[in-house]
Write a protein that binds this ligand. Structure first.
Ligand code: GCB
Length: 598
């Protein structure tokens, strides 16, 4: 799915700003014709979550309506007009000028509808979106799980089966955009490497009657290649061989520009992408980027900030990459849902490796399983369609910590793995597990991802015992599968400003010591391919007895102030020569004195 672009053939109108907003607690809006507009409403900012903008609806998770007027120039007549919503949590239904145009399930992926015959040119138009953020066991991620299926007793308010706040609202930009009637619908790029050559495979899909051929240009700083390809049934495929190619990697995130020009008799459309040439592979228990061993250092994160909630906040994207560079990270996971397209673009530019995750968190097996599988497949298709051309994305993740002890889990995850591989054979596919050696489904996946909290949820305060258990489990897991293991979560809560020596749970010292001890174990195992600390920053959760408003496992506070652990990580992760730093690091104990935190 292509992001709306502007050039001489395409334009877009960003509707971000204030929208009219009205709650529909009793679900009467459609019966009362709210799709034609309402007289009474309040204002809300888009993008942004409603829960953080209003004091009276912080925990409201029901239906709400959004209203926005916009103008279209008469000059747009004859072109295709589209509405595109970057993300609306959780379900959205859309009308233009009172006419229904479509609906979409899933709160973290973009959707668009063609509205050419519903808009008025040279006049005012009304866009209406009904957003429904109700929790339900048959939604993904699921909420309000029926008691008999609850994996453990952990009541939360709101009643979610995951550990972050279920924000409602339109969280990413809303665009009205236009394309020619015959246009480039999609571009898919795969890259490979042969010695010093970069191989770039390109598929172009077009729409419209008079599509004939495309001119494709691959342009770098020192080299450029061009080709003409003919369409057959609106699909054209080609391959470039770039001699002495510059390969994309964290130390040199070099991007080529790929320009596609669509022709009938004459030039009718254009689209350009930035692509990186790189490979990611697993061989004999190790992970490789461009044929070199790869070790991931970084975090699990969240899209969460005071006031804007889960809404797109561009300065935070810049700030987070800046802090991740400062600390010496080279990667992150989009826990526990796809992040914004803007965040993904910046990962390509800044050289961060990404484990890209669908919103399949808190999955359980039992009633409603077919619907949840259908949704997971839909999300995987939509995520891969959206992010397939990002050099930064190296792994697709099909779920976080499913409660997959039930026999039907095996077929469920086998199907998801095969679905992802069918859509994208070039990347690795994983499942982030909490069950470890007890997980039945890891055998299907290319690489193993494990979340561990010995010394926190179990063995509280006992880091020696925690590390012994960790080491024992890692050995057993590798013995079982002989696949590289990334630790996708490990961490301890720390209330910023709370100190104690010797380290005690919830102090900054304990969090730092916990991370240091875990990393020491990882660095001594050659099959460990990465360490992602949970979490980058403190984040808001549902209310429950285990959380003090926020989950405090961030090494930065919610407003991005470093805790002691951030300084420790910087010390550990920036010790190594930059060009070599994505190659496996020397053991942490060589870089650090024991007990030396700052
Ligand atoms: C986990 C989950 C994550 C939680 C974390 C915690 O295993 O994947 O969503 O926030 O533990 O802090 O409990």
């Amino acid at each position: 799915m292509l992001y709306p672009q502007t050039n001489e053939f395409r334009d877009k109108l960003d509707l971000s700003g204030f929208f009219g907003f009205k709650l529909d607690v009793d679900k009467v809006g459609e019966k009362e014709g709210w799709e034609k507009g309402v007289e009474e409403y309040r204002y809300i900012a888009v993008p942004g979550s409603w829960n953080e903008q209003f004091v009276d609806i912080e925990d409201y998770l029901g239906w709400a309506w959004y209203f926005k007027k916009f103008h279209l120039l008469s000059a747009r007549k004859g072109r295709l007009i589209w509405v595109r919503i970057g993300a609306a949590s959780y379900y959205a239904k859309v009308w233009i000028n009172g006419e229904y145009v479509g609906e979409h399930e899933g709160g973290d992926l973009p959707f668009q509808f063609e509205i050419s015959d519903k808009v008025k040119f040279g006049e005012e138009n009304l866009l209406v979106i009904r957003v429904d953020n109700e929790l339900s066991p048959i939604r993904v991620p699921p909420g309000a799980i029926p008691d008999e299926n609850k994996p453990r007793f952990r009541p939360r308010y709101p009643d979610v089966n995951f550990d972050f706040f279920p924000y409602g609202g339109i969280h990413r930009p809303v665009y009205i955009f236009s394309t020619p009637r015959s246009y480039i619908r999609d571009i898919t790029v795969f890259t490979d490497i042969q010695d010093d050559k970069g191989l770039v495979y390109i598929k172009i899909e077009a729409e419209g009657r008079d599509v004939e051929r495309a001119c494709v240009h691959l342009v770098g700083e020192k080299a450029g290649l061009s080709k003409e390809v003919k369409f057959q049934e609106n699909v054209a495929e080609t391959k470039f061989v770039m001699e002495n190619a510059i390969f994309w990697c964290p130390e040199n995130p070099y991007l080529y520009e790929l320009m596609v020009e669509l022709y009938s008799n004459e030039l009718i459309d254009k689209y350009s992408l930035h692509i990186g040439i790189r490979t990611v592979k697993v061989k004999k228990g190790k992970l490789y980027l461009n044929g070199k061993p790869l070790f991931l250092r970084g975090f699990g994160k969240h899209e969460d900030f005071p006031i804007i909630g889960k809404g797109l906040f561009l300065p935070m994207i810049i700030k987070d990459y800046s802090l991740m560079k400062w600390i010496g990270a080279n990667s992150f996971r989009t826990s526990h849902y796809p992040y914004s397209e803007e965040m993904m673009d910046m990962a390509d530019r800044e050289g961060f490796l990404v484990i890209d995750e669908i919103p399949a968190v808190g999955l359980f097996f039992g009633k409603g399983i077919e619907k949840r599988l259908t949704l997971c497949k839909q999300y995987l298709s939509e995520l891969i369609a959206r992010d397939k051309n990002h050099a930064s994305v190296i792994i697709w993740n099909v779920a976080n910590e499913p409660h997959s002890v039930y026999p039907e889990a095996e077929a469920f995850f086998k199907e998801l793995y095969e679905h992802a591989k069918r859509l994208d054979p070039s990347r690795l596919v994983t499942l982030v597990s909490m069950l470890g050696v007890k997980e039945k489904c890891l055998k299907y996946f290319d690489i193993i991802c494990l979340n561990r909290y010995y010394g926190w949820y179990t063995e509280p305060g006992q880091l020696d015992l925690a590390c012994q258990k960790l080491e024992k489990e890692l050995e057993a897991l590798f013995e079982l599968y002989k696949k590289p293991i990334i630790i996708t979560e490990f961490g301890a809560g720390a209330v910023a400003g709370l100190h104690n020596y010797p380290p005690k749970m919830f102090t900054e010292e304990y969090q730092a010591e916990f991370i240091r001890r875990y990393c020491e174990v990882f660095e001594s195992k050659s099959y460990i391919a990465g360490e992602h600390v949970w979490c980058f920053a403190d984040f808001k959760t549902a209310q429950e007895s285990l959380r003090v408003v926020l989950n405090r496992k961030g090494v930065f506070t919610r407003i991005r102030e470093p805790k002691l652990a951030a300084h420790l990580l910087k010390k550990m992760w920036t010790k190594y020569p930059t060009e070599e730093s994505y190659v496996r690091m020397p053991p942490v104990k060589d870089a650090l004195k024991k007990g030396d935190i700052l």
